[in-house]
Design a protein around this ligand. Structure first.
Ligand code: ATP
Ligand code: MG
Ligand code: MG
Ligand code: MG
Length: 573
């Protein structure tokens, strides 16, 4: 591609709403443009990378035996009524009416549609197992779309759904998808971890998420230092007894405590009353307003047990100007009587109100040395508590966990999620096959998602420097960039450049030739090429050509090397 023919839309200024580096760089490099909140156009540059991610995912899905389909984005409400999700899904589901006043939604996910497809087209156990996938646009009316395409409202997902006649068959496909996902993220050049996860509104029994590790991630991932164990801290919420979670969310919302903004402030508060130390643990909080990157994560206090919340009065806390606000007694009672909390100003508390979650937080924070002094957590003693042991079993999915090592918490970006759904959808929608005895049996299902567009942002979070994006070769929009010095002026440079451009293309490279004239200075060309992250740069100049060379530099280290012009292709391979 020649720069003079390409819609390059690089920008110097960073848009004010872009707080994470991938969003900033995607805007500045001109990969995407915003249409409205959570809605983005993929520009030619960005689309090249998106398509490469798609291609890798498609290859690995095909290799794992899945077959591609393409389902409509618009889905009839009737199917969602059959599973009950029309009533449960809430505001994320964008509901629309057609001209006949019939209800539809713009699909946030496709379990209903695929289950309908399966019940109408699969009749015998002999047709199973079957794994169908698509790469398609989803819409979720996210409460807070943010971070560009990382959490947008419209986004591209690869979603796959498998159908089985036995649990063993589901397990086999699930494991195969686990492997396929690991292959995908390895090929994408990402530092990732599969973790045990909550099944959320999709439902089902067993589930793993794939997280790209990055400080801007929205999830906390707990790792063991001495085993492969890793889990999403969010999983703790899922262990709350049914019915408690919605009440908790409704009862407890944002509280404001202007001067408590760091973990040290909380520690100071706890130390004002020794009794508080043992009764409180610290779990994570969540921003309600966009904050500058690098700001310490807010904290939430969780005060357990039969503690008399009324006893904790603002006066006890030195230096806090306005009173802490706690949930009222009635609110506490409504959620099972276990919690009170504080959260820093402008930040809302994500509150865990059940015992399982409290233990999970103990489990997590207790092993996190920074917070351990707040919890009074003792690994040997507290892990022997039956609830904690049970919880750990559930979390680790292993009936004989060692309990050794320490847990580390890192931030992760959820890029993939696999679920064993069981019969949740097939039973509700009566999707059956005839078994070997001619008896109708409900199909068993799995489902498997990858956030294709989110992956692009996540890759940038892990691959950038002060000058811009540093693409891994596999998903770079262009793999080689040529900057000729004196193109169309020096005959030798023009000839060598044109030949090199054609040869590189013929050899299968995606080449970007910056053929802009001298009104665009070499400095600007280099800066653009660094910003858009082309992994390999070749500079053609009269001076290097005199020695039979071109100048090569890799984006990652920027070091310049002379390379004989005839050797450049083999050098790049
Ligand atoms: P999150 O926890 O980030 O809201 P999710 O658990 O709701 O994601 P899933 O239902 O598991 O998402 O969907 C599969 C994948 O789709 C996710 O792993 C993620 O990579 C991607 N995804 C989900 N929501 C968004 C979004 N709003 N923007 C971009 N990608 C998304
Ligand atoms: Mg979500
Ligand atoms: Mg999630
Ligand atoms: Mg998920």
């Amino acid at each position: 591609m020649r720069a003079t023919e390409f819609l390059l839309a690089t920008e110097k200024e960073t848009p004010a709403d872009a707080v994470v580096v991938s969003h900033q760089l995607m805007m500045r490099s001109g990969m995407i443009r915003k249409l409205a909140a959570g809605l983005y156009t993929w520009m030619p540059l960005g689309l090249r990378t998106l398509r490469k991610v798609e291609a890798i995912v498609r290859e690995e899905m095909n290799r794992a035996g899945a077959q591609e389909v393409l389902m409509p984005a618009v889905q009839p409400a009737e199917l969602w009524e059959e599973t009950g999700r029309w009533f449960q899904y809430g505001g994320e589901l964008l509901r629309v009416k057609d001209r006949h006043n019939r209800d539809f939604c713009i699909g946030p996910t496709h379990e209903e549609v695929i289950t309908d497809l399966a019940r109408n087209n699969i009749s015998s156990y002999k047709q199973l197992p079957l794994n169908l996938y698509q790469i398609q646009t989803k819409f979720r009316d996210e409460t807070r779309p943010r971070f560009g395409v990382m959490r947008s409202r419209e986004f591209i997902m690869k979603d796959a759904y498998s159908f089985h006649s036995t649990e063993e068959s589901l397990e086999e496909t699930y494991n195969r998808m686990h492997t396929a996902y690991s292959n995908v993220f390895t090929r994408l050049g990402l530092d990732f971890r599969p973790v045990w996860a909550d099944t959320g509104s999709i439902g089902g029994a067993k589930s793993h998420e794939f997280h790209v590790l990055a400080s801007s991630g929205e999830d906390d991932i707990a790792f063991s230092s001495e085993s492969d164990y890793a889990a999403n801290v969010e999983l703790a919420e899922a262990l709350a007894p049914a019915g408690e979670r919605p009440a908790a969310t409704a009862a407890l919302e944002t509280v404001s405590t202007p001067d408590v903004t760091s973990i040290d402030d909380v520690a100071a508060f706890l130390k004002t009353d020794a009794a508080n130390v043992l009764k409180a643990i610290v779990v994570r909080g969540e921003h309600t307003t966009e904050k500058a990157e690098g700001e310490p994560a807010p904290v939430v206090l969780f005060i357990r047990g039969d503690h008399e919340l009324n006893e904790i009065k603002a006066e006890k806390i030195e230096g806090v100007a306005s009173p802490l606000q706690f949930a009222s007694d009635a609110e506490i009672e409504a959620i099972g009587g276990v919690t009170g909390f504080v959260g820093p100003q402008g930040l809302s508390a994500k509150v865990y109100v059940d015992r399982a979650a409290a233990h999970m937080a103990d489990f997590v924070c207790g092993a996190n040395s920074k917070d351990a002094h707040l919890t009074g957590f003792n690994w040997e003693r507290d892990c022997a508590l039956p609830e904690v042991a049970d919880l750990r079993n559930v979390v680790a999915g292993d009936p004989s966990p060692c309990g050794k090592g320490t847990l580390e918490i890192k931030r992760g970006i959820e890029v993939g999620h696999i679920f064993q759904l069981g019969t949740k959808y097939s039973a509700a929608m009566n999707a059956t096959v005839l078994d070997e005895n001619g008896k109708a049996r409900t199909m068993i299902m799995g489902c498997y998602g990858i956030g294709i567009s989110r992956v692009v942002a996540a890759a940038i979070e892990q691959n950038h420097d002060d000058n811009g994006i540093v693409w891994p070769d596999a998903i770079a929009p262009f793999t080689v960039g040529i900057v000729p010095m004196g193109y169309q002026k020096s005959e030798a440079v023009t000839k060598a450049t044109d030949e090199l451009y054609e040869e590189l293309k013929a050899a299968g490279f995606d080449v970007y030739l910056d053929d802009r004239d001298k009104k665009t200075s070499p400095g600007v060309k280099f800066a653009d090429m660094e910003l858009i992250g082309i992994p390999h740069r070749v500079v053609v100049s009269d001076r290097s050509l005199e020695a039979g060379n071109v100048e090569y530099a890799a984006r990652r280290d920027g070091e310049k090397h002379p390379i004989a012009i005839g050797d450049i292709i083999s050098h790049l391979k």
